[in-house]
Design a protein around this ligand. Sequence first.
Ligand code: NAP
Length: 269
Amino acid sequence: MTRVLMIGAGRMGGAMLKGWTKALGDGFRFTVIDPHADWQGLGLTPGPQLLLGRTLDEFPGDHTADIVVLATKPQNLETALQGARPAIGAGTLVVSIAAGVATRTMQDAIGAGQAVVRAMPNVGALVSRSVTAAFANPEVSPAQRDLVAELFASIGAFSWIETEADLHLITALSGSGPAYYFAFCEAMIASAIAAGLSDEVARVLAIGTLVSAGRLLEDSGDPAGLRVMVTSPKGTTAAALDALGDGGALGALAARALEAARARSVEMA
Ligand SMILES: NC(=O)c1ccc[n+]([C@@H]2O[C@H](COP(=O)([O-])OP(=O)(O)OC[C@H]3O[C@@H](n4cnc5c(N)ncnc54)[C@H](OP(=O)(O)O)[C@@H]3O)[C@@H](O)[C@H]2O)c1
């Protein structure tokens, strides 16, 4: 039985838990601590494999966990770590999903020899379609790596990265990324309404287009190939793409957006 303690059950923690309790079998037991979480609202029902509480003290007995998952905001991570202390033994793996808090900072707070993983999931976890990249410090054992991969692969796609600093760029690309597509979709809806379509029609068509484009991308893995496939020379799509990418403008905009988010992540670290 793998004992998992989660500290913080907000948007991300709640989404991950929902996916984990659904996807993983009785081999895992989750204890979840959050002072204000709305368990019902998160769709979580307590049971023998899922203990829900406001503080760890509510649960009697040995608190030692195999994995402690920290899912609070970065500014609350230190307090969260203190709350998790009774659960952290020499063999406990600490997994943080907080943006910008280095493994070294966490080791400084817990102890130099502690196994620590930093993972960057995204809001796709709400529909079990997160994309998660993670970095493990040298203290993480192969068996612990397997457990982390099992947890995150159960709620979407998972990959290990070997350079911790890459997490800044990954935060910019996929952690914050869903919002870019939401914003683009919003802009398309607003433009279509301004050009004369009804709100409802514009919304259904713009959202449906994004979803079907996503499905096609997932199947092919080749955005450039798909773009070429649907773009007839001198046709309507080509005209729009010329407007979007005029003089490399779209590429430059994407680069600026990624850099802005990456720089903010570095600043927050
Ligand atoms: N949201 C995303 O798309 C996303 C993507 C990737 C990574 N992340 C990372 O995920 C982390 C959580 O983000 P979120 O959006 O889920 O934040 P959130 O909704 O604010 O959830 C954090 C939860 O932790 C609780 N909490 C705070 N201090 C605590 C403590 N000491 N012990 C137990 N629980 C505590 C909070 O309670 P109160 O509200 O009462 O303080 C809240 O319910 C962040 O570090 C963020 O960088 C988020």
